[in-house]
Structure formats: C-alpha cells, structure tokens
Design a binder for this molecule. Structure first.
Ligand code: AMP
Length: 222
C-alpha cells in the first residue's frame, strides 16, 4: 500500500503515521524527520536545510525530491510506504507521480487530515517530540506516561524550535499557499480520502482502519 499523508502542520500526520506504520508494517518516511536527523548529525544537507526550517519555509526541491525518491528505492519500500510531509508542493507531487509511473506504480491513497486553524494552534503549542526516536506527544491530551520522558526510548522530550507560535503561523501560510493545492491534485486523481482529524485519536484510528481494511485496500466511499 502506497500512502501519502496530507494536512496542515499540526493536523496529526506524524502521530497517525506512527500508528499506521506499526499496525500495517509499512515504513514511515517523514521528510521533516530526515531533515532533523541530518541537522542533528551536522551533515551538509542538515546545514543547508536549517535556515529554511527555522524560518518555517520549504527546503528547496533540489535538496528534497531526490532524497525522497532515492529512499523509495530501498527494499523496505517494496511492500509500500507512508509518506509524511512529502509531497509539499505541486512540483514534488508531479515528481513523485512520474517516478512511480516509470515503475508502473501509483499512490493508492492520499489520506487528507482536515482540521481548523484554531485547533491546530492549540495543538501545536502542546506538541512535544522525542529528539532521539521521533515519537510525538501532546501535553494536552496525549502526554508521555512519565512527564517529559519518551515512552518508547526514555529520552527527554522537547518542543520543536519550529513549533514556537511565530514559526507556526508562517508554516500555516506556506501550507495554504504551496501545499493545499495538492489536495485537489490527488482528488482529481481519485485518490484523496478526507479524515476528520479534530476527532479523538481513537476515532481517527478507527476511520483509518476502515479505509485501509476496505475490500480494495484504500476506499473513499466509507
Ligand atoms: P515537518 O516535520 O513535516 O513539519 O517538517 C519540518 C520542516 O522541514 C518544514 O517546515 C520544512 O522546512 C521542511 N520540510 C519537510 N518536508 C519538506 C518537503 N517535502 N519539502 C520542503 N521542505 C520540507
């Protein structure tokens, strides 16, 4: 199953990607996580991406597209994948469609997490992430079992630099201008499936299971 996750920053893509990846045994490919890992390791890619990330802007396509397309050629992607945070503009979406098309493949579904801006702002102020394993939490609703400590690996969780309010507003603006058009792109391909992500985590999980376990894999008419 080849899945793309769409939705504004803070809509819950990372949280639900983690669930889907564990349950359906598909690699979770998050471009944001890849950039953050490179930043932490001080690689040339991380150094180049940093300024864009700090400003809440998109890292240029030259640094992003080949990175993802190359990742998709690894053996663990043969059974499918979950793309979280890519594509983020129309040219990335085109590059992905073409690369898959050359292999006679296509995206099965683009799960579109819908949510209002007010809820996003409230959620993002509470978001905490684990800098070691990438797990994400929220102090309002989904905190780690032990305050401030990652359930999975025991590291101290942190607030991402780009989850600070000024950067969040910029990221939402970038989302509206550059990323939102790809919702229509996947809708026209008959692949977009809306998921109300203002619902509780359990409800969203039920909805995701319904979609993925539908007769033909991904089904939009549920
Ligand atoms: P995320 O964790 O998905 O919210 O991504 C964090 C930041 O990484 C974004 O604000 C961008 O600066 C950068 N980024 C992640 N994915 C992409 C992408 N597909 N294209 C360009 N920049 C990206």
């Amino acid at each position: 199953m080849k899945i793309v996750l769409l939705g504004a920053p803070g809509a819950g893509k990372g949280t639900h990607a983690q669930y889907l990846s564990d349950k359906y045994d598909l690699p979770h490919i998050s471009t944001g996580d890849i950039f953050r890992a490179n930043l932490k390791e001080g690689t040339p890619l991380g150094q180049k991406a940093k300024a864009y990330m700090d400003r809440g802007e998109l890292v240029p396509d030259e640094l992003t597209v080949d990175l993802v397309l190359d990742r998709l050629t690894r053996p663990d992607c043969e059974k499918g994948f979950i793309l979280d945070g890519f594509p983020r503009n129309l040219s990335q979406a085109d590059a992905l469609t073409e690369a898959l098309w050359e292999k006679g493949q296509a995206i099965d579904c683009a799960l579109h997490f819908t949510i209002s801006q007010d809820v996003i702002l409230a959620r993002m102020s509470g978001r905490r992430v684990c800098p070691s394993c990438g797990a994400s939490y929220n102090v309002n609703g989904m905190p780690p079992k032990k305050e401030g400590i990652c359930d999975r690996c025991g590291s101290a969780v942190i607030q991402r630099e780009d989850d600070k309010p000024e950067t969040v507003l910029k990221r939402l603006e970038v989302y509206r201008e550059q990323t939102e058009p790809i919702v229509a792109y996947y809708r026209e391909m008959g692949r977009e499936i809306p998921v109300d992500s203002a619902a509780s985590i359990e409800e969203v999980r039920r909805r995701l299971d319904q979609i993925l376990e539908g007769e033909n894999g991904c089904q939009s008419e549920i």
